[in-house]
Design a protein around this ligand. Structure first.
Ligand code: URA
Length: 435
């Protein structure tokens, strides 16, 4: 019997012309791309066809399952602490600007008794990545062995690691999407997030699904659909999954970039920091603890009493990091000042994300080095009073020729007006299976 084989041009053409990919075609193309039998150019064309044509729910489910099957699936069900199975729970964000929440959140959940196997990502498009941020801590590494991940989960209650052999198809596709303008696609975001998270071995997952200009999907309707899709994908794979819709029309916190976001996270862990970062951290922690069946612990208390900070120090030290060394913020700085008296009327998350990317915090070519010191500090948040001439934004970079492009991105992305705009809620909604 002859075995039917696929070829990339036919698969691309099917999707380009608006067709539905069969299960077998999806399994073939993911496997062939993972093993180098489909070229980057061909996968780029297919990703663009998916971006333009979309996918059915059945195609998304199969594409996600094929990405999970492209690598190994971790299993921590044999691990015990104090004779009891670990409460394995994680969170993932769909990508935002200034979203450093993972950094304070993981130690808060550790301090509350959870165990977090966090397969974290790098920057994608205009959004930052947890790994790029944490690597601005001297010595910190996310390239840790499976043995070390297991050991840290038992001894400390968390490990933050590069996805490695988990969903290797996503690793390749993610890097390709980052440089081919194919990030903003519901099927590609849902399958990317969920393939890693299904493979990483948690029992429960909370998805921070961003809404607004700084999110990959801009409208609330699209973000709701993304959240529902991801929740159903997780549930179908036996993972207790829920989503929180949160506002990303303006950056989260005051610091955006790599080292500057770690510095702001340390403020949160020290019991201070911007109220929105604290609110999101505590809200997501409460969801994670509830999803993992842990009750009777107050996540906010772990920020107030220093126990989350202690857990963070333990975690960073276990992964080679030295918090005793200064975080290097870019040596070159430019400040933008207020043109008039008034109130900060708007700060657009997308404009800020693109400006920080231009300063060197993200990549425009595969594997490019990001600048730990690239970033921005927002001195006046939306709604706050401003006086003519006072600093509104400070931009940092290691390479001053980047200022011109960054300032151009920011231009028109903020406004000072006469009155504060109506306050927007940060937490918009929760979505659980069946919603
Ligand atoms: N996070 C991911 O892991 N993938 C995406 O596509 C977006 C956010």
């Amino acid at each position: 019997m002859t075995q039917f084989t696929f070829d990339a041009p036919t698969v691309i053409r099917t999707k380009r012309d608006g067709g539905v990919l069969s299960d077998a075609a999806i399994d073939w193309v993911i496997d062939a791309y993972t093993h180098g039998r489909v070229a980057d150019e061909q996968m780029s064309a297919l990703l663009m066809a998916i971006f333009l044509r979309g996918m059915t729910a059945a195609e998304i489910a199969r594409w996600t399952a094929a990405m999970v099957d492209s690598g190994e699936r971790m299993d921590f069900s044999d691990l015990r602490r104090g004779g009891r199975p670990l409460a394995l729970v994680d969170k993932h964000s769909t990508g935002g600007v200034g979203d450093k929440t993972t950094i304070p959140l993981v130690p808060v959940v550790m301090a509350c008794g959870g165990a977090v196997p966090q397969a974290a990502g790098r920057g994608l498009g205009h959004t930052g990545g947890t790994l790029d941020k944490l690597e601005s801590i001297a010595g910190f590494t996310a390239e840790i062995s499976k043995h070390q991940i297991r050991q840290q989960l038992c001894d400390l209650g968390a490990a933050i690691f590069a996805a490695g052999e988990l969903a290797p198809a996503d690793r390749k596709i993610y890097a390709l999407r980052d440089i081919t303008a194919t990030t903003e696609s519901l099927p590609l975001i849902a399958s990317s997030v969920m393939s890693k998270k299904i493979a990483e071995g948690a029992n429960a997952l909370v998805l921070d699904t961003k809404v607004g200009s700084g999110a990959f999907l801009k409208t609330e309707e699209e973000s709701r659909e993304l959240a529902r899709t991801m929740v159903e994908l997780g549930t179908a794979h036996g993972l207790t999954t829920r989503a929180v819709l949160t506002d990303m029309s303006t950056p989260l916190g005051c610091a955006i970039g790599n080292a500057v976001e770690v510095a702001e996270s340390l403020e949160v862990l020290a019991g201070g920091g911007p109220p929105d970062v604290v609110e999101l951290t505590v809200t997501l922690a409460a969801e994670m603890l509830d999803a993992a069946g842990l009750d009777g612990v107050d996540p906010a208390q772990t920020l107030a009493d220093g126990s989350a900070m202690d857990r963070f120090r333990d975690l960073v030290a276990a992964q080679g990091g030295d918090l005793g060394q200064d975080l290097h913020v870019g040596p070159h700085a430019e400040t933008i000042t207020a043109p008039r008296d008034g109130r900060m009327e708007s700060i657009d998350a997308m404009a800020v994300g693109l400006a920080v990317w231009r300063l060197g915090a993200g990549r425009s070519a595969p594997g490019e080095r990001v600048q730990p010191g690239a970033g921005m500090y927002i001195h006046r948040r939306v709604g706050e009073p401003v006086s003519a001439g006072e600093p509104l934004f400070t931009l940092y970079t290691e390479t001053p020729d980047r200022f011109e492009g960054a300032i151009a991105e920011l231009d028109g992305g903020w406004a000072v007006g006469d009155a504060a705009p109506p306050a927007r809620p940060l937490i918009i909604d929760r979505i659980t299976s069946g919603d």
